[in-house]
Every structure is written in C-alpha cells, then in structure tokens.
Design a protein around this ligand. Structure first.
Ligand code: IPT
Length: 966
C-alpha cells in the first residue's frame, strides 16, 4: 500500500488501520448510578476544504475560535448552514471519488469541532475513578483532543468509540476538539446506498467510570423449550452479582442459574428486569431468554422455525439525516409493529443502540449488520476489494468486534450480518470466524456468500419468484454446505415509487416451503431531504457530479413517515391470521409462530352493495400457531334482488398493547356472498343530428367527430382510448432476468404519443358509433377502437371495443378511456372535488398490489386520491370499482373497472420530477381503466409476473354515465 512520500500529520486519514488510541469495544449500557454528561448541543465549527488546511493549534487550551461558525451536535454539517457547509451527495454504489485505495481526494471537507465544558457540580472528585468520552457515530474519520492532548483517531462511522480521559479532566474549562474528515480510507468500507453525510451525527457523552465499575459484560440467557427453563449467566470483566427479582435470582457473575421463565420472542417480548451490581456501579439489565439455533436445516428460536416478515431499515430523518431522536426511532418501531412486521435488518450498519432497546422491548427479530460495504469495487470486477486484502483485515475485524461487543446484550438480535455488497474475500471469512468464536448463541448472515462458506443461512436479494420456488423445493443445487441451510431474501420487493408488486406471490411461496424463512422488503423509508423549493430533494438535486437520482427514495414510508400504499399492502400480505370463507362458514388460521389467538377479538360484518347492514362478534378459539378452525357465520338478512353482498371478518387487538390500542385491526378477510348484477341499459333513444351537434338521450356530441360534449348539465371532454401511464420507477427499471425495460419499449413504440384517426361516425337507429384507429407515429401497430353510444333516454352507455392491429410485442401500460370534466372550479364548488365509489379502497391498487384493497363504499377528495411519490408517476388508481361518482357524474362499469382522477394530465405527471412541479388545473382528468399492466419490482429485481401482464388483445368494456341527481 503506498502512502504519501512525506509522512504527514494526516496520514491516519488514508491509513487502512481502524485508528489508534480508542479503548477496546464493549457493551453499550446506561449505568444507574455512574454520572454522565451529555456533550451534545451547539459546538463551534470551522470547515476546511482539505484535510491539512489548518494545523492542530485549535485543539490547544486557550485557542480563540473567533470567526468560527456553529453546528449542532449530533448532526451532519452538510444538513446545516443552508449550504454554507457544503451539500449532501447521493450515490448508490459508485464511490464519489476515484477508486484508488486507500487514497481519498485532496478536496476532503474537514470539520473542526470545538466544545468547552465544565464538569457539573455533582461530578465525583477527579481522584475517584476515571472517565471516558464516547462517540456513538462520526462520519467518516475523526481525530480527538482533550485539553490539548491528542487522544487518537478512529474510523467506523456507525460504531461507538471511547477514549479514556479521566486523567485529563478539569473541573472547569475542558476543551474537547474533534477534527472530522468527510473522506478517509474508511470511506472505502462504507459505500452503502445512501447519502454521504459527514459529521458527528450521534451523541457525544462523557461517562464517569467509578472505581470498581463494570467494564464489559455479556448476558447469556437461553431458553429450553422442552423444560420451560431459562438459563442465565452474566460474564463480566469485573466481578459482581446479578439480580433478577422476578425470578428470585441473586447469583455471582460468571455463574449459571436456571429458573422457570417465560421466553422472549418477537411476538411476546418478555423481558426480565435485572441488575448487574459491581463494587463501583449498578447497571440495569433487560433480560430476554431465548435460544437461536440452526436445527434440521432451519432457523429456530426456542425450538420453533420462524418466518421473517421483515424490512430493511436505514436510519433516516428528512431534516436530520442519520441523526435520529428517540421519538423517531420509537415511531419506526410502532409503525412496524402496527403493520405486522416482525423483523428488521439494520441495513447496512449497526443502528443507534436505543433502536435495539426498542426492538427488545416491543418485539422485533433483528439482523444486526456491520458497517461494511465495498460495493463500488464491482465497477472494476472487484479488483483490490478491501475484503480480500489482508492489509484491511484489522479494520474489518475491528468493525465486527465493535458491532458484536456493543450490541451483544440485546435479545432481539438473532443474526450478526457481516455487511452488505462487499463481494467475497478472506476478510469476511476472518470476520465470520471471529464472530462465531465470540458469540456462538447467534447465527451469521452475509448475502454475498452464495456458497455459504462463512454463513449460517443461504441469503439472497431480489431473486425472482421462480428461483425462490426452486430454492424452496431444494432444487437449486449449490454447495453441500448451502444445501443444508435455510433460505431468506435479505432484500426483496424494492419499494421504490409505486409498488412493490408481486409481494403476495412471494409470501405464498414463503408460507408454502419450509426452507423459505421469509424476507425483508427493501426498504423502510424514502431518504428524501426536506428542500425549500423541491419539497423533498433526492440525488442530483444538490448539483452532485455523480448521483443516482431518486433511487434513494425506495421506502415503504414517505420521508415524513406516513405509510405509502406499499406498507399497507405489506401489512395485509403478512398478516398473522388468515380467513377463507365458503358457504356460510369462515376458516380462521393462526399464522403466528408462537402466539395463540387469545390476544385478538374477532368481528364479522355483512355488506349489501358495499354498505354494512349487520355486524357482530365472532368467537374464535385460542388456536395454537398453525391451527385452523371452521366457524359458522350467522344467517344473513334476506337478500334484496340485484344487490351484491359480502362478508367481512376482522381480527382486532382485544386489549391495548404497548404498540397499538385495543381494536387496532391486525388482519381481515372478505368473501362474496351473492354476486351483484351488472349495470343494464336497454337502448331506446335514437341519435339525432342537429346543426352542429348530435344528441342521444341526455348527451350531446360534436356533430362532425362524434366526441361527447355533455351529459345532462355536465360538460365532458371526450372520453377516448388511453393506453399511457406516467411510467413508474418499476416501469423505468430493467428487469434482472430479461434485461427489458418496459418504459423504454413503450416510449420507443410511441405509446405515450398515440394519435387518434377518425374513421367514421355513424348514426344507427339506437346507437351512435364512432370508429377510430389509435396508433403512434412511425409505427405500423395500432388499436382499432370503436365507441358505441346508446341511451335509455336518461342514462348514457359507452361500449369500447378494441382490436389490436399489427404485431404487438409489448404489453400495454393501461387500457381504458380518459375524459376531462372541464371548467369545474373547485374554489367555487368544493363538492366537485369529492369522489365516492363502490369498489376497492380505500387506497390505490394495481393488478399485483391489490391484496389490501377492500371492497366497500369509499369517498375521498381528489387530493386525497393522489399518492405523493417523491418522483411523480402513475399512482392512485382504485381497483374493482362497480360505480363511481365525481364531478356531477355517476359512472357504472361493466365489467368492474379501475379509476384515477387528477387535476393534471398524465403527460404533466409524466414530465414532473418533483411533487412541486404538479400544479392543479381547471380540468379534472379521469381515467377509467379496463385493465392496468402490473407493477412488479424491476426498479431493482424482477419485473411483472406473466399473470399480471396486460397483453394487447381484443377487449370490450363499457360504462354507463348519468348525471348525479341533487
Ligand atoms: C441492493 C443494496 O444492498 C441496497 O443497499 C440497495 O442499494 C438496493 O440494492 C437497491 O435499492 S444491491 C443491488 C445490486 C441489488
């Protein structure tokens, strides 16, 4: 490894070593009695363009930081100072600097941070014990001085580092100086798909260490599911006693004790409060007894195979970046629990330790991942990858140890993950060996190891359904080692923009094959950055030289943490109770791994034309996991001819829990009782040609083109065939297997600029027939489209027949009609903004994202119908609609249809790059779709499954329009 020819005081920046001077890693805990002093708050701050622009004199006592700015710690400096301190950079896997390890650019933003502090009055005498300063997270490399003494330097941004400072402290006027470099050798190991955000972004704390205080300790708490006993042993560097009052435990450290206990699981996260008491301090413990094992080729906890219904979580806040407060972390956990999520992969670094406390407390299985990713080396076929270069191994082992030691006392952690997307190499093997040796009570995960040399699970990302099924059937081959292992998808269902599609189909596979133990949706939250002009910024919005656009916005929740339709869908797909109905009975199945159904209450209701007419409670036995019961539903009310009826059954929380109140809906199911009748219209009116118009029943048409003009008093911009949708991020993605990108195929063919040639307008005795050919310029293919209008005098029916002509080789984005309701001024009459429908709702649904769509009566304003994907794209369609009322019109469909309504056109939606580009116009644009192409997840991974393709085939569909009375 070559360094600068002249040794300099800044060599540590490009040194592959993890640093020097820090204390060995240890458990992260909050003592009950040892004093701490938070050093968070306002620090003085000076930004330099290079690592060596300024000397070290700022660290000396008495230095006057006159002229320095201020920053808030914890925080990222690029998110403060309104641009004066530089700007965020987003790249997915590309290093935003030359791949020239371990060197980093000379332009290396360097933030000098200064903080002067006094010890509080009640701080113990300086002769009593020592003290450490702990940094919980600094990106990417820091050097630290206290009172002019150089303490050392460190890398490993999302890991804790401590320095012994007791001998340097003074009662007053302590000067803590921290120099932080944005780029360092460590940056090569931190190429995660996220914003590059330098700064002291987690807390800085001074911890008193009384004489006789515990240094490090390891809580071993296992559970024997055969005897119901838990065994506890706390190994401690400093001898002491371990107390667990609820279990009458009072035992020396290092000694094992066994007691009858309730086990910990993500479903029932039983924690026992305990205490570790050493001569110098008392430390609260929260003990969860559980045993994680690889047994019979399965991941088992407490003797049972578990199914991960997980999500990948980056730490994100739209204003604060990766600086998260406790309330935000709790919000994440509560949202996950309320959406039936039972597992988190801490992609791709150990999270703030408080998040793990919350996982212990509320119950989530955790895959704790090391702060390691070298993805950018893929650009050079992984040459010089640090994980396969012994010189970097100490840094890798340091990272592994800092993760395991910091987090080892969390019962929620079941897997240690070596990192993400780092190729393969000896360094990873060394990490896995070290981890296995240090903690045999958990399993090791790493996705890049397809031969499973170092890992205890076969893990993949974005494998398509067919391959997952092969793996489930154990027909995937692989090394001997791999064949014995269970399978998880550590990433699947890329939640970028509209989608992910096809997750219900994955879940079916996970539930069908024992070897498949579930997966983790990519990812939890959109990393949009609050921006004054753009609403939320994404890659490129800060003028980055290299960036990956909105690929950073691929979460199940929006940056403000409102759930996106993807999360609502996921909640439904992974619900822990299922309902299947037939013939007056409902089969209820418990899909939990551990819990019976006693925590849930059940309700039935009966809907007539989408409105609940009767409801009651359903008594369901406390079924054990995996058990089903067939329960009789009550006698339904007498059927009214022509009405459509269905049952809805729900499982609700029977009582308040830590994560949701009583009556929170956990699962639901619906099944039809009596099918409805399709709208019928017996044509009786005849079209009449007047001067420039044609009239038919309540409608008028353009006399020359046959275009609809009015229905009763409602002015209508002609409904005509529409096949285009503002392409979604998934349409814009490249399918992994086929290499196809549908939006390119569609645009190349010209589906976004179809022309409508009028072939003929014919007045039949009881119909107005308009024939057209809809086709793109430059192409031979087209859609012969006939609009047949009929009326019974008061209502108007449109039947659209479409016949593809020429050789269609691609599916259509959508097939339906688009119409405009013109000149409705919502500022004058806000009722035009109200939409009511009978069909799927309340949220959007597409062919492969419609599990959570519930048939009923719904209403919403036009604004509420929009899903605010950060990069605007097709959204907001409601599926399975029987009828719809909006803008004074009632529209009934035959067959059921899907609709979307917006105050901008599809073209405007398609052209917009940020939500702020969308400006409401006067026309309400309405799409009535016969069908949509599926959504898929090709923004990263497989595309739309064949059964959800919208093929260009002959189709016929109709709508009945009438004016809404009153
Ligand atoms: C995968 C990454 O692990 C993850 O960090 C994220 O970038 C995701 O893709 C896409 O958003 S890597 C990819 C090669 C599958």
């Amino acid at each position: 490894m070559s360094f600068r020819t002249t040794p300099s005081a800044f060599d540590y920046v490009e040194d592959v070593s993890p640093g020097s001077g820090a204390l060995p890693p240890r458990a992260w805990y909050a003592s009950s009695d040892a004093k701490t002093l938070s050093l968070d708050g306002t620090w003085r701050f000076r930004l330099s363009a290079t690592a060596d622009a300024e000397d070290e004199s700022f660290a000396e006592e008495g230095y006057d930081p006159a002229g320095w700015a201020e920053v808030t710690v914890p925080g990222h400096w690029v998110l403060q100072g309104e641009g004066a301190f530089g700007l965020p950079i987003y790249t997915n896997h590309l290093y935003p600097f030359p791949v020239d390890p371990p060197h980093v650019p000379t332009e290396n933003p360097t933030g000098d941070h200064l903080r002067v502090f006094d010890l509080p009055e009640d701080w113990p005498a300086l002769s009593e014990g020592g003290a450490v300063i702990r940094f919980d997270g600094v990106e990417s490399c820091a050097r630290v001085w206290l009172n002019g003494t150089d303490l050392g330097d460190f890398k490993g941004s999302r890991l804790a580092h401590e320095f012994a400072v007791g001998h340097l402290l003074k009662p007053k006027g302590n000067v803590l100086a921290v120099r932080v470099h944005q780029w360092s050798a460590g940056s090569y190991l931190e190429d995660q798909d996220q914003w590059w955000l330098p700064g002291i972004f987690r807390e800085v704390t001074l911890l008193h260490r009384p004489a006789g205080s515990a240094l490090d300790f390891f809580v071993h708490a296992s559970y024997d599911h055969l005897t119901g006993e838990g065994t506890l042993r706390v190994d401690s560097d400093v001898d002491g006693r371990v107390l667990v009052p609820a279990l009458d435990i009072d035992v020396a450290t290092g000694e094992s004790v066994t007691a009858l206990v309730a086990p910990w699981s993500a479903e029932s996260p039983r924690l026992y409060d305990g205490e570790l008491v050493t001569e110098g301090e008392r430390i609260p413990l929260r003990i969860g007894f559980r045993t994680v094992a690889l047994e019979d080729g399965l991941i088992k906890v407490n003797g049972k195979a578990i199914l991960f219904k997980g999500v990948n979580r980056h730490e994100w806040h739209p204003e604060k970046g990766r600086t998260l407060d406790l309330a935000t972390m709790r919000e994440d956990v509560l949202l996950m629990k309320r959406h039936n999520i039972n597992a988190v992969r801490t992609s791709h670094y150990p999270p703030h330790p408080a998040f793990l406390d919350l996982c212990d407390e509320y119950g989530l299985w955790v895959v704790d991942e090391c702060d390691l990713e070298t993805h950018g080396f893929t650009e050079q076929e992984w040459r010089d990858n640090p994980v396969d270069d012994d010189r970097w191994t100490p840094a890798l082992l340091d990272r592994a140890a800092r993760m395991v030691e910091r987090d080892k006392n969390h019962p929620s952690i079941v897997f240690w993950s070596l990192g993400n997307e780092a190729g393969t190499g000896r360094g990873l093997t060394a990490m896995a060996e070290w981890i296995h040796g240090r903690d045999a009570s958990r399993l090791v995960h790493y996705e890049g190891d397809w031969n499973c040399r170092d890992t205890d699970v076969y893990s993949r990302m974005y494998a398509d359904h067919a391959e997952v099924e092969q793996i489930g059937k154990e027909l995937d081959g692989g090394t001997l080692g791999r064949r014995k292992l269970p399978f998880i998808q550590c990433e699947y269902g890329h939640a970028m923009g509209n989608g992910p599609g096809g997750i219900a189909d994955y879940q079916e596979l996970f539930e069908k094959y024992e070897r498949l133990q579930g997966g983790f949706i990519w990812e939890w939250i959109d990393h949009g950055v609050t921006h004054p002009e753009l609403g939320y910024a994404y890659g490129g919005d800060f003028g980055e030289e290299l960036h990956d656009g909105n690929f950073v916005c691929d979460g199940l929740i929006f940056p403000d943490r409102t759930p996106s339709p993807g999360l609502v869908e996921y909640k439904k797909v992974i619900e822990p109770v299922s309902f299947e109905g037939s013939d007056g009975t409902v089969r209820v199945t418990n899909k939990y791994d551990f819990a019976d159904l006693s925590a849930l209450a059940f309700e039935w209701s009966y809907q007539v034309d989408g409105e609940t007419v009767e409801a009651g409670t359903l008594s369901v036995p406390a079924l054990a996991p995996g058990e089903s019961a067939d329960l009789k539903l009550p006698e339904p009310p007498a059927h009214v001819d022509g009405s459509e009826t269905r049952w809805t059954v729900r499982a609700l929380l029977a009582a308040d829990t830590a994560w949701a109140p009583k009556d929170h809906v956990v699962a639901w199911g619906q099944f039809p009782a009596v099918a409805g009748v399709r709208p019928s219209l017996v044509p009786s009116a005849s079209p009449v040609r007047e001067e420039r118009l044609i009239t038919l029943g309540p409608a008028t048409f353009d006399g020359r083109t046959g275009a609809l003009r009015t229905v009763g008093g409602v002015a209508v911009e002609n409904p005509r065939l529409d096949v285009w949708r503002a392409t979604t991020d998934n349409d814009d993605g490249t399918e992994w297997k086929s290499g196809l990108r549908y939006s390119t195929l569609w645009r190349t063919l010209g589906l976004h600029r179809m022309r409508h040639r009028l072939v003929g307008v014919e007045l039949e005795s009881q119909a107005l027939v308009v024939r057209t050919r809809v086709a793109p310029a430059a192409r031979e293919v087209g859609l012969a489209t006939e609009y047949r209008w009929t009326s019974d005098g008061s209502r108007l029916k449109l039947t659209v027949s479409v016949t593809p002509e020429g050789q269609w080789t691609v599916p259509l984005p959508r097939l339906g009609v688009r119409l405009g309701l013109s000149a409705v001024d919502s500022s004058v009459d806000s009722s035009v903004d109200e939409v009511t429908w009978f069909g799927g709702g309340p949220g959007e649904a597409y062919p492969d994202t419609r599990a959570a769509s519930e048939v009923g009566r719904w209403s919403a304003t036009v604004e509420e119908l929009q899903t605010p994907y950060l990069r605007p794209q097709e959204n907001g369609a409601r599926a399975d609609v029987r009828w719809l009322e909006l803008g004074g019109l009632r529209i009934e469909g035959d067959p059921e249809f899907s609709f979307a309504a917006r105050r901008w056109t599809t073209e405007q939606l398609d052209a917009a790059t940020h939500l702020t580009d969308l400006v409401a116009g006067e026309t309400l644009w309405v799409n009535l779709d016969h069908r949509h192409h599926g959504i898929g997840t090709a923004s990263c991974g497989p595309g739309v499954l064949p059964q959800y393709h919208l093929l260009a085939e002959p189709a016929e569909f109709s709508f009945v329009f009438s004016e809404v009375s009153g």
